[in-house]
Design a protein around this ligand. Structure first.
Ligand code: C2E
Ligand code: MG
Ligand code: MG
Ligand code: MG
Length: 273
C-alpha cells in the first residue's frame, strides 16, 4: 500500500497480514496433533497401462480429516508441514502406511508415494524407505517414489546420492509434474528416472491445443530416446486419452480412469479395451 492512503491503510494491511499469519500458526498447531489423533488417511488413485488396458499401479494421496473444517486438501497443508518441519514425521507416516497397505493388496500392484524435497534434507530417507519396506514386507520393486524437479534444484549432489542409494535398493523413481519447472530437460540427464509424469496443465488442453500437442510430442520423443516411460496426469476425457495413446504415452492417470479413493479392490477386475 502507498503512504498516501494514510494510517488506516497501513493498519488494514497489518490486520490482514496478522490474520494470515494467525491462520498458519493455527494450522501448524493442529497439524502437530493430527498424526497422534489419527486424522490422516491415504487415498489411492489408479494408473492405467495403455498397452494392456490394466491398472498397474496406484498413487497414494494424503488426506486430512480435520475435526471441524472437514477435509483439508494437501495443497493447503503440505506447504505448512514443509515450513514447520512436520513434513518429516508426516512423510514417514505416509511412506509406512502406503507400504503397509500395498503389501496387503489382492494383486501385486505398485504403489507410488510423493516425497517432498525437504524429506531429502537430513539424509535419513534411504533408511526410512528401508524400514518401511522391511516392516511391511513389500517388494522394493513395487515401490515408486515421486519427486519434483525442485529436489535436484535444491542440493543436487547430496540429493542425487540419496536418489541413487534408494534406486539401488530396487525402488523406482518418477519425476512428477514434468514440464512445470525451469529446466526439466536437464534433469533427465542428471538421473536415470524410471518414469516421467507429464503435468496435468499440458493434458488439460488436449486434444485441440497445438502447443500442448507439440510439447507432449517432444517430451514423448525425447523420453523414447532416453528409454524412459511417460505417464500423463489429469486425464479427464476419452479424447485426451486417445491423443495420448497416439503419442506413445505408456500410462494414464486421471478422473476418467478413477478418482482417488480409500478402496481399491474393484480395480482388480478393470480392463479397458
Ligand atoms: P500430484 O502428486 O501431482 O498429484 C496429482 C493431483 O491431481 C492430486 O491432487 C489428484 O487428486 C489430482 N488429480 C488426479 N486426477 C485428476 C484429474 O483428472 N483432474 C484434476 N483436475 N485433478 C486430478 P491432490 O490429491 O489434491 O494432491 C495435490 C498435491 O499434493 C499432489 O500433486 C502432491 O504434490 C501433494 N501431495 C499429496 N499427497 C502427498 C504426500 O503424501 N506427500 C507429499 N509430500 N505431497 C503430497
Ligand atoms: Mg504425485
Ligand atoms: Mg503430479
Ligand atoms: Mg500435479
Amino acid at each position: 500500500r502507498v503512504k498516501s492512503e494514510g494510517r488506516n491503510g497501513w493498519c488494514f494491511y497489518h490486520a490482514e497480514m496478522d490474520a494470515v499469519v494467525q491462520q498458519r500458526l493455527e494450522m501448524e498447531h493442529e497439524l502437530r496433533t493430527a498424526l497422534s489423533e489419527q486424522q490422516f488417511q491415504l487415498h489411492f488413485q489408479p494408473l492405467l497401462n495403455l498397452d494392456s488396458g490394466e491398472v498397474v499401479s496406484f498413487e497414494a494421496l494424503l488426506r486430512w480429516h480435520h475435526p471441524h473444517r472437514g477435509m483439508v486438501s494437501p495443497g493447503e497443508f503440505i506447504p505448512v508441514a514443509e515450513d514447520s518441519g512436520l513434513i518429516g514425521p508426516i512423510g514417514d507416516w505416509v511412506l509406512r502406511e502406503a507400504c503397509r497397505q500395498a503389501a496387503q493388496w489382492p494383486t501385486p500392484w505398485r504403489i507410488a508415494v510423493n516425497i517432498s524435497p525437504l524429506q531429502f534434507r537430513d539424509g535419513s530417507l534411504p533408511r526410512l524407505v528401508k524400514d518401511a519396506l522391511k516392516a511391511s514386507g513389500l517388494d522394493p520393486r513395487r515401490l515408486e517414489l515421486e519427486i519434483t524437479e525442485s529436489v535436484l534444484l535444491a542440493d543436487e549432489k547430496h540429493n542425487l546420492k540419496i536418489l541413487n542409494t534408494v534406486r539401488d535398493m530396487g525402488v523406482r523413481i518418477a519425476m512428477d509434474d514434468f514440464g512445470t519447472g525451469y529446466s526439466s530437460l536437464s534433469y533427465l540427464r542428471a538421473f536415470p528416472f524410471d518414469k516421467i509424469k507429464i503435468d496435468q496443465s499440458f493434458v488439460r488442453d488436449l486434444p485441440h491445443d497445438q502447443n500442448a500437442l507439440s510439447i507432449i510430442r517432444a517430451i514423448s520423443d525425447m523420453a523414447e530416446a532416453l528409454g524412459v516411460h511417460i505417464t500423463a496426469e489429469g486425464v479427464e476425457t476419452e479424447a485426451q486419452m486417445e491423443a495420448l495413446k497416439a503419442m506413445n504415452c505408456r500410462e494414464a492417470q486421471g478422473y476418467l480412469i478413477g478418482r482417488p479413493a480409500a478402496a481399491i479392490e474393484a480395480y482388480a477386475a478393470v480392463k479397458v479395451a
